[in-house]
Design a protein around this ligand. Structure first.
Ligand code: NIG
Ligand code: FE
Length: 422
């Protein structure tokens, strides 16, 4: 065994996405993304980055040191591992039949109100065994990883009843413990109002039964959930129920990270800023005041280009958000409605449809996405002391990761988590 775990030598371009937290987030908005040429990076046996810099300097600094693995990166690019800030990856019951309905003109909410959509997936997920759910989830995570994701937010929310929500969270916990890819888990019991109940009944059940159970399971060390989510939408959970659930979640120690202002303006952004939300997703219908409030509260906006594309929604105003100083992050929103697990495709769509630059899209899919999960101190950039999560692409310009539209399995040579090739 070597003294160090990994040396990536002499990359043509090494994209640092440098800096920590707030200072860098502003720099990314101003498009100052640091790219080193002929650069190397060293990861220690603890999985953390020990050095990054010019190849010659690193060679001198580490002459005589031994490495478990050395990869010659000549002519290639090294980037931070991608962070996917929003996914729904645990479910049974795909909705390919609904894709056809949507192409024929049905809207997302029409299908939902007719008992399809989330309800359809909930029925199948409730019936599935934990083993079945784990095995499909594992494959989906592996697929995300092959597309460059090294840290992924994973939501529950196709259970709705306590029993199935816990089944989903146990499945996520099992992946957290057994797989290399990083996971931030989210309880999304308020993803939809269960059939036969009112939103108020569902809200009370979550506050009085679900959240206390999650607290108990955290104390016993069985399941550790990181975030709380609500689908704040007209005909789903209104602003008042959303407030009650998020506040109760925050009181049990969960980070707030929720769906808001997607199909209708709901003042979700204003609410999130007021409650100290770490992030709000979607925001196609956010108000100007909401954008200002999010910038001031340093609440990240998680934009989801696949959903806006799939449902032909109005695009979220990424340019306005960036101009106002909002921390803009990206997510795949992988779910049975938007079946895309590839962050390179998400970045491409963000550039073309939301008019983001490639630098902004990369920052949004690395450091800012890590921020949305409360993990920008340890993830999302290549610098000393951060986790050694890296990708190597076989191109001499890093922008190929965004420019190429699909087929990234052929572009990405290695995906590395904590200095380990996965
Ligand atoms: O983020 N909008 C609500 N939730 C998901 C969709 C979930 C589903 O349709 O199954 C979203 O797009
Ligand atoms: Fe979602």
């Amino acid at each position: 065994a070597g003294e160090y775990r990994l040396l990536l030598e002499n990359a043509q371009q090494l994209v640092l996405v440098c800096g920590r937290g707030e200072k860098y987030l502003l720099q990314a908005g101003a498009e100052r993304l640091a790219v080193l040429r002929h650069a190397s990076v060293v990861v220690g046996r603890d999985g953390y980055i020990k050095a990054v810099g010019q190849a010659d300097a690193i060679r001198n600094q580490f002459s005589g040191a031994s490495f478990e693995r050395v990869i010659d990166c000549s002519g290639k690019c090294v980037l931070p591992g991608l962070v996917d800030a929003h996914t729904h990856p645990v479910w049974a019951g795909d909705r390919v039949h609904e894709f056809a309905m949507k192409l024929a003109g049905a809207s997302y909410m029409e299908i939902h109100q007719a008992g399809g959509g989330i309800h359809f997936t909930v029925e199948h997920t409730q019936k599935a065994t934990e083993e079945e759910l784990f095995s499909t989830f594992k494959h989906r995570l592996e697929r995300m990883c092959r597309a460059g994701s090294t840290l992924v937010e994973c939501k529950s929310g196709y259970g709705l009843n306590l029993e199935t929500e816990l089944k989903m969270l146990r499945v996520i916990e099992r992946a957290k413990r057994s797989m290399d890819i990083g996971i931030s888990s989210t309880y999304c019991g308020a993803h939809s109002v269960p059939k036969g109940r009112t939103a108020t009944e569902a809200t009370d059940d979550i506050i009085h039964n679900h959240l206390p159970k999650l607290k108990e399971l955290k104390l016993s060390g069985e399941i550790h959930v990181n975030n709380i989510d609500v689908f704040c939408e007209k005909g789903v959970f209104d602003l008042d129920s959303t407030r009650r659930i998020l506040q109760a979640g925050k009181d049990t120690g969960l980070q707030i990270n929720f769906h808001g202002d997607e199909l209708h303006p709901m003042k979700s952004a204003e609410l999130g800023a007021e409650l100290g939300a770490q992030a709000i997703s979607h925001l196609e219908e956010v108000s100007d005041e909401g954008i200002t409030a999010m910038a001031r509260a340093k609440c990240a906006a998680v934009l989801l280009p696949t959903t806006a594309y799939m449902l032909r929604l109005k695009q979220p105003q990424a340019r306005k958000m960036l101009k106002e100083g909002v921390i803009v992050a990206l997510g795949s929103d992988f779910n049975p409605n938007a079946y895309c697990s590839s962050m390179p495709i998400v970045m491409h769509l963000a550039c073309v449809n939301m008019k983001m630059s490639m630098n902004e899209a990369l920052a949004a899919a690395t450091i800012n996405a890590a921020y949305a999960l409360g993990k920008s101190d340890t993830h999302g950039s290549i610098e000393n002391g951060k986790q050694g999560d890296l990708i190597i692409i076989n191109s001499s310009r890093w922008e190929h990761l965004i420019y190429q539209f699909g087929g990234h399995e052929a572009l990405i040579d290695y995906v590395i988590v904590k200095g380990k090739i996965v």
